[in-house]
Ligand binder design. Structure first.
Ligand code: PMP
Length: 383
């Protein structure tokens, strides 16, 4: 079976697995404990924070560890909205966002906040001027993702950040960076980002740890209250092995970013060219998108049916993103780009990783053609 679902979960680096085991065995003490063992665990977290900060070119005290990007996004959106409600109760986000941002905004809407959802263009890109036009004096937060997890489009964050701050310099700018880090540059300062979310398992770290950059001077209303861990912004005993291993993964994937992208981008281009040549398929990802995500639709054919056929042929692919794949509804992302329901139901996401070779891509292409042909024949027979 060839695995083509790196955007949902990437296999951890061998060094990450080793670190996890070592820290779990040796440094099980509670970092809040005052004895020596506790202090040592606390030191490991401090060091991990420094590693993550260096990878993002920010300050260690600006790094917060959470349980994943879902928590990071919830804390960024709801924590900022609750903290700064005296400034206003308006939020701007996009129709492309991951459910952890999108649903957080819907929840705030139910509680009386006003949310403007900016749609993308037909290519899945947000036009910066549309964001700027939505920002008002009472806008407390703008949240725009770096790379869309379904179709891989890259959002113009530099322009968006600049425009947001020009319209209202007090508006906070949050970026969900989950699918971009380790694949593309993440210049937080050039984006003028105040908040930035990551998930370790997407960058070959362990499952269950997230990172949230919170620019110095920004306060968040805590969603988890209890102990004073994470500067009181996120209570709960720290997951020391995961935090240390996540920092390692972040450093490694950051260091390998350019080499990874240079190697994987031609494979994506090869696959996209091939898909564009199959008349039944419509390509939704773009050449200038993230280097690891290819997305297409087979209009009229449910994505699940094609994915199952590909699995029979030894290829593990995703229908849209893992978080939404159990829903039978058409993809919200494709609908927001103006695709019809048939195309929005028939989406397949292929995400590439370090292990893939040109030979693997050729095998996938053959499987894809065979799957489409057999489904076409089966469909023809049923008519
Ligand atoms: N944002 C994006 C863009 C994602 O792709 C994901 C993971 N599918 C998340 C947030 C949530 O990450 P996690 O599942 O690790 O909480």
């Amino acid at each position: 079976m060839l695995y083509w679902d790196y955007a949902a979960a990437a296999p951890p680096y061998e060094e990450v697995v080793q670190t996890l085991e070592q820290v779990m065995r040796k440094h099980f003490a509670n970092p809040s404990s005052l004895h020596r063992a506790g202090e040592e665990a606390d030191k490991l977290i401090k060091r991990a924070r420094e590693v993550c900060a260096a990878a993002l070119d920010v300050l260690p005290q600006e790094i917060l560890f959470t349980s994943g990007a879902t928590e990071s996004n919830n804390l960024a959106v709801k924590g900022a909205a609750l903290q700064y409600q005296s400034r206003g109760r308006h939020i701007v986000t996009t129709e492309l966002e991951h459910p952890s941002v999108y649903e957080s905004c819907l929840q705030l809407q139910k509680l009386g906040w006003e949310v403007t959802f900016v749609p993308p263009d037909s290519q899945g890109v947000i036009e910066p001027s549309r964001i700027a036009a939505a920002v008002r004096p009472d806008t407390v937060l703008v949240s725009v993702m770096h790379v869309n997890n379904e179709i891989g489009t890259v959002q113009p964050l530099r322009e968006i950040g600049q425009l947001v701050k020009a319209v209202n310099r007090r508006t906070l700018f949050h970026v969900d960076g989950v699918q971009g880090y380790g694949k593309l540059e993440a210049p937080l300062k050039a984006w003028q980002a105040d908040l930035y979310s990551l998930s370790a398992h997407k960058l070959r770290g362990p499952r269950g740890t997230g990172i949230l950059y919170v620019r110095e001077g920004v306060t968040l209303f805590p969603l988890l209250t209890g102990g004073s861990q994470e500067q009181g912004k996120r209570a709960g005993t720290e997951n020391v092995p995961n935090i240390v291993a996540s920092a390692k993964a972040m450093r490694m994937s950051g260091e390998q970013r350019v080499a990874f992208s240079d190697r994987i981008r031609p494979l994506k281009a090869q696959l996209e060219n091939y898909i564009a040549g199959i008349p039944e398929l419509v390509l939704n990802s773009r050449e200038d998108g993230a280097p690891h995500i290819v997305h297409f639709s087979y209009p009229g054919m449910k994505g699940e049916v094609l994915a199952r056929r590909l699995e029979e042929l030894g290829m593990a692919v995703a229908t849209r993103s893992a978080c939404s794949s159990r829903q039978a509804e058409p993809s919200r992302i494709l609908l927001s780009m103006g695709r019809d329901t048939a195309a929005a139901l028939g989406g397949i996401r292929i995400s590439l990783g370090d292990s893939h070779t040109q030979q693997d891509v050729s095998r996938l292409e053959q499987a894809l053609l065979a799957a489409v042909q057999s489904l076409k024949i089966a469909e023809g027979g049923m008519k």
